[in-house]
Design a protein around this ligand. Structure first.
Ligand SMILES: [Cu+2]
Length: 213
């Protein structure tokens, strides 16, 4: 083993409540309570902490998921603002499909625009590339609009599904969303990864170059 590899040997995980985050479940683990439902469109855990340089492996469970990751403020208003915008602005007026097809702006605790979903006609996936850290199912910039393929998740008889491992090299808080519009907007399929320095002072590094609209 090289010295470089040995340098990564300290445990990735520092939050005891997230001890299994090295193998996070993207979609409820099998057997699912109700497959392809709001009950299975979850991340487990949905908020966890790793050290800088640590990895998270997402085990994909169930169908039609894609993983998008975006840096966000540490101020914890993302979940609230997102659920409010979904439920208050659209939910009562449209059926679920129309709701998911609409245009939403997802902002973080500093009121920075993190994701503009656009409409499904213009953006078949949750696919805003600005400041994105990872996308597994997006379209290809500059090429004709084609919805990116979803990942192959586990089923009740086929375990495991795809596994996506990602290494976080910069401290901060990251929003992890499902790129399936219905899963994110209707079912709130998202969670967070906190990436901390060894001497983390819990300050907010900020993201000063965000769009300001
Ligand atoms: Cu999904």
């Amino acid at each position: 083993m090289s010295p470089e590899r040995e340098a990564l040997s300290p445990p990735n995980l520092i939050n005891p409540t997230a001890a299994d985050f090295g193998g996070a479940q993207f979609g409820q683990a099998q057997p699912q309570t109700i497959p392809n439902s709001v009950d299975s469109h979850i991340l487990m855990p949905d908020d966890a902490t790793v050290r800088v340089g640590g990895t998270v492996t997402f085990n994909v469970n169930g169908g039609s998921h894609g993983i998008g990751i975006y840096p966000v403020s540490k101020k914890r208003l993302v979940k609230t603002s997102m659920k409010t915008s979904v439920r208050v602005v659209r939910a009562s007026a449209n059926n679920a499909t129309l709701t998911a097809n609409s245009d939403y702006k997802i902002v973080d605790g500093r009121h920075h625009l993190i994701i503009e979903t656009d409409t499904a006609a213009n953006q078949p996936r949750i696919d805003d590339p600005f400041h994105r850290y990872l996308s597994t199912s997006g379209s290809i910039p500059g090429q004709p609009l084609t919805a990116g393929a979803f990942l192959t998740g586990s089923t009740s008889t086929t375990v495991p599904g795809h596994r996506i491992e990602i290494r976080f090299t910069k401290a901060g808080r990251y929003l992890v969303v499902c790129q399936n519009r219905g899963h994110l907007i209707n079912d709130h399929m998202f969670g967070f990864v906190n990436v901390v320095d060894n001497d983390d002072k819990d300050d907010d590094h900020g993201h000063n170059d965000h769009r300001d609209k």
